[in-house]
Design a protein around this ligand. Structure first.
Ligand code: CO
Length: 168
């Protein structure tokens, strides 16, 4: 495994539409393993292949329940809405509030090409939507309702933790 460089804001890679994966081979597995290592080294929740300069429809999300690997993901159902604070490994220091569905259902392939279905609500739904957007060249700053003042980011993160504790 190896760490990959993260593409930063301003790079055209973040703005292009990624292509479908056709070959579920060892090159794909190496990329997925590298993305996981890179994500964990950065302490992020999710990462999409364009963020490491690979224009393929691949994303991973690291949750408390384990790692979710998504190849060629498609959101096919959305329900409800939520308004959450988001950031992005490619946009260090930038945080904003984005409206997202509360629950999404995704059809994808796993690393071996087998069809899988993933359901996520709450913060997992946010992460799933955020990563699928990356595959279409969309950044959260494009759709954020409100960006947070850099001086107030810590306060907003703290409020998020408190409100999450309250909601159980
Ligand atoms: Co991102």
């Amino acid at each position: 495994m190896a760490l990959r460089n993260i593409v930063a804001q301003g790079d055209i890679m973040l703005r292009r539409k990624a292509r479908e994966v056709e070959h579920f081979d060892d090159r794909l597995w190496t990329l997925l393993d590298d993305m996981c290592e890179t994500l964990r080294a950065q302490g992020g929740v999710g990462i999409a292949a364009p963020q490491v300069g690979i224009m393929k429809r691949i994303a991973i999300i690291d949750t408390d329940d384990g790692l979710i690997e998504l190849v060629n993901p498609v959101i096919f159902a959305k329900k409800g809405s939520q308004y959450q604070l988001e950031g992005c490994l490619s946009l260090p220091g930038m945080w904003g509030y984005v409206e997202r569905p509360f629950k999404v259902k995704i059809r994808a392939r796993n690393r071996y090409g087998k069809p899988i279905n993933i359901e996520g609500d709450d913060m997992l739904a946010v992460a799933l939507c955020h990563e699928v957007d990356h595959l279409d060249g969309v950044l959260f700053t494009d759709i954020a309702a409100e960006m947070v003042d850099p001086d107030q980011v810590e306060e907003h993160k703290e409020n998020r933790k408190i409100s999450r504790r309250k909601s159980g």
